[in-house]
Design a protein around this ligand. Sequence first.
Ligand SMILES: NC(=O)c1ccc[n+]([C@@H]2O[C@H](COP(=O)([O-])OP(=O)(O)OC[C@H]3O[C@@H](n4cnc5c(N)ncnc54)[C@H](O)[C@@H]3O)[C@@H](O)[C@H]2O)c1
Length: 270
Amino acid sequence: MSFNLLKGKKGIIFGALDEKSIAWKTAIRCHEEGAQLVLTNTPMALRMGQINKLAEIVEAPVFAADVTNMDDLKLLFEGAMKHFGGGIDFILHSVGMSLNVRKGKSYTEMDYGFNQKTLDISSMSLHKVLRTAWDMDALNECGSVVTLTYIAAQRIFPDYNEMADAKALLESVTRSFGFHYGTRKKVRVNSISQSPTATTAGSGVKGFDGFQHFADKMSPLGNASGEDCANYCVTMFSDFTKMVTMQNLFHDGGYSFTGVTQEVIDQMGK
Ligand SMILES: NC(=O)c1ccc[n+]([C@@H]2O[C@H](COP(=O)([O-])OP(=O)(O)OC[C@H]3O[C@@H](n4cnc5c(N)ncnc54)[C@H](O)[C@@H]3O)[C@@H](O)[C@H]2O)c1
């Protein structure tokens, strides 16, 4: 069902790799709600993923860009503005990668070279995206930027490893840049803290299935799906949330404020 919530709006979606990606589902919902889109991912993801299929569905051009590379970002924003014939109304930053997790290094054995790269891709890339938009004055008045995060930024989940630190930094960049962009141009910047979701990045966390099941049992509404997250992103890009900024918004079925549920107590008693 469409409510035309994004009619006339123009947005860039980072991070759609395949049909499971939160960015993929968000692109589809934004398109259904009337937005015009530009899609972007790394050259490698363009080769290995299925983004061209998505591009057809949402009638959007695809630009290759490594989100850590300022030259790539400048070309991306120039291309997007040319395509739209003007400024950008919203951005989804749906990007994350942990080199230490990928290389099987535990938190206490962290390789600091890998860690620098993880923080660059997963956290400072939001700064780089916002900085590029800021320098080029690419975002329209009352624009909206959303990034995706996880509650491991606030609480320890041992197997989330260095990504916990990366998400804490990401949420801090959200607040800090949100302040500056809000003051300058009423642009809002928020993070959505999503339930565990079975995607390529999500499933990379050790013991993901058990982790996802536990979160589901610990949430009064159950886990929020990728589709639910896409809908939430749409509302954050719409004019109905124009006074919300610098927030970390939990989108997790109530998990973040639940101490325990009867189902988990019953399970522990077995
Ligand atoms: N899946 C979950 O359980 C979950 C929960 C909370 C938050 N998140 C966050 O949601 C976001 C999207 O992840 P997802 O779960 O949809 O998985 P995904 O694997 O589909 O998406 C991650 C994307 O990041 C892109 N990426 C990696 N390095 C990049 C780079 N250098 N430049 C540009 N793009 C790059 C990948 O190509 C991929 O498209 C991530 O920030 C993730 O941490 C996921």
